[in-house]
Ligand binder design. Structure first.
Ligand SMILES: Cc1ncc(COP(=O)(O)O)c(C=O)c1O
Length: 367
C-alpha cells in the first residue's frame, strides 16, 4: 500500500545518518509521546472541552508558577498572542535586537497588532542594559506624538547571544523597572528548562519575574508541535481569544497536548545531558586550528563558532560539512551554530568534530 511517507523526496543515501545539529527543533517525538497521543482522551478545545489540553495547561501553569496557561500551536504564536494581549494598537513593544521575537517572527506584532517594535541592543550576555530600557520607558504619556511603551520582552536563554540564560537578579531588576513604569514584562522562555538546568533553579523561579512566559514543547523537550503561554487568568483568557483570531484554535488538540504532557513530565530531566554534549563538542572544536568559539564555551545546548580559513566562507564550510553528513547553520554575524538535543549521541558529536577537523586539515583544497 502507498502511504504518505512513500511520496516524500528520497533522502540521498549519504545523508541518511547525518548528524543534525542545526536546531533542537529537529527532535522527533518519543515512542511514549506517540502512544500518549494515540490514547489521549479528546474533546473540542475551542469549546474548552478537551480534557488532555486542560491537563497540559494546568501542568504547565503549575510548573511555571502562574495561574493559567494556554496551549499554542507554536512559540511564534505564543509570543505574538502575549504581545497582542499586552499592547494596544499604536503602543510600543521594547525588544532585544537579537531576540527571536524581533528577528525571526515575521514582524507579527506590527502586522497584526499595529504595535511598534522598539529594538534595543542586546549586550553579549543577552541582556538589554537597564539604562537603555529606562530611556525607552520614560516617555511623556500625555504627549500625543509619542507611542507609549506597553511591554518589555526578554528571551532566556538568549539564542542569538550564544544560548546564555539571563540571571535572576537581572530579571528582578527589569521587573522592578517595568512595574515602576506600568508596563508588562513578557519572557520568551522557549527553552526555559535549559535555562533552569544551567542556573540550577526551578523554571517557576525564572518565570516569577514575568507577567507572561512562552515555553516551547517542540524544541529540546521533543514534542512534535506546540508551546504554552502562561500568566494571570485575565491575560491568558485574552490570549486565548487572540489565538482563535490568529487561527490557532485547534479542535482535538489533545493529541498535541498529550505529547506536551510527556515533554513536561519526562523530558526536562535529561536536558543536562544535552548541555554536557554541547561542552564535549566545544572542547573538540576548540582543539581544531581554524575554529574559534564565539562567544566561548556553551552554557546550555548551543555552541557558536567561527571558521577562519581562507579556503572557506561561512556558507561554503556549512555546505562542505553538510556533504560529509554534519548539519549546522549560520546564525547571525557569520557565526555557525550547533545545537545538541535528544537525537544526538556522544558518538555523533565525535563524528562531527572529526568531520570539522578533516575539513580544516592543512591539505590544500576545500573538500
Ligand atoms: C527563542 C525562540 N523563541 C521563539 C521561537 C519560535 O518558536 P516556533 O518555531 O515554535 O514558532 C524560537 C524558534 O526557534 C526560538 O528559538
Amino acid at each position: 500500500m502507498t502511504t504518505l511517507l512513500d511520496t516524500r523526496e528520497p533522502v540521498p543515501a549519504e545523508l541518511d545518518d547525518s548528524v543534525e545539529l542545526r536546531s533542537d527543533t529537529f527532535t522527533l517525538p518519543t515512542p511514549e509521546m506517540l502512544e500518549a497521543a494515540a490514547n489521549a482522551p479528546l474533546g473540542d478545545d475551542v469549546y474548552g472541552e478537551d480534557p488532555t489540553v486542560i491537563k497540559l495547561e494546568r501542568l504547565a501553569a503549575n510548573l511555571l508558577g502562574k495561574a493559567a496557561a494556554c496551549l499554542m500551536p507554536s512559540g511564534t504564536m505564543g509570543n505574538l498572542a502575549a504581545l497582542l494581549a499586552h499592547c494596544r494598537r499604536g503602543s510600543k513593544a521594547i525588544v532585544g535586537h537579537e531576540s527571536d521575537l524581533y528577528v525571526y517572527e515575521a514582524g507579527g506584532a506590527s502586522m497584526c497588532g499595529g504595535i511598534v517594535y522598539d529594538p534595543l541592543p542586546n549586550l553579549p550576555d543577552g541582556t538589554i542594559s537597564l539604562e537603555a530600557l529606562e530611556e525607552s520607558l520614560v516617555v511623556d504619556r500625555t504627549d500625543p506624538q509619542i507611542a507609549p511603551p506597553a511591554v518589555v520582552s526578554l528571551e532566556t536563554p538568549q539564542n542569538r547571544c550564544g544560548g546564555i540564560p539571563l540571571q535572576l537578579d537581572y530579571l528582578a531588576e527589569v521587573a522592578q523597572l517595568t512595574r515602576a513604569h506600568g508596563v508588562a514584562l513578557h519572557l520568551d522562555g522557549a527553552r526555559i528548562f535549559n535555562a533552569s538546568v544551567a542556573l540550577g533553579v526551578m523554571p517557576a523561579e525564572i518565570a516569577f519575574y514575568a507577567d507572561t512566559v512562552q515555553v516551547c514543547l517542540s524544541k529540546g523537550l521533543c514534542a512534535p508541535i506546540g508551546s504554552v503561554l502562561a500568566g494571570d487568568r485575565a491575560t491568558i483568557a485574552q490570549a486565548r481569544r487572540i489565538r482563535k483570531m490568529l487561527g490557532g484554535g485547534m479542535r482535538q488538540a489533545g493529541m498535541i497536548a498529550a505529547c506536551g504532557i510527556v515533554a513536561l513530565s519526562e523530558m526536562t530531566g535529561r536536558l543536562a545531558e544535552d548541555h554536557e554534549r554541547a561542552a564535549r563538542l566545544a572542547r573538540g572544536l576548540s582543539r581544531i586550528p581554524g575554529i574559534r568559539l564565539d562567544p566561548g564555551p556553551p552554557i546550555t545546548n548551543m555552541v557558536f563558532f567561527r571558521v577562519r580559513d581562507e579556503r572557506y566562507t561561512t556558507r561554503s564550510f556549512i555546505t562542505a560539512a553538510h556533504r560529509r553528513g554534519v548539519r549546522v547553520e549560520e546564525l547571525g554575524h557569520g557565526r555557525i551554530r550547533a545545537v545538541t538535543h535528544a537525537n544526538v549521541t556522544d558518538v555523533a558529536i565525535d563524528r562531527a568534530v572529526g568531520v570539522f577537523a578533516d575539513l580544516l586539515a592543512p591539505t590544500g583544497r576545500p573538500r
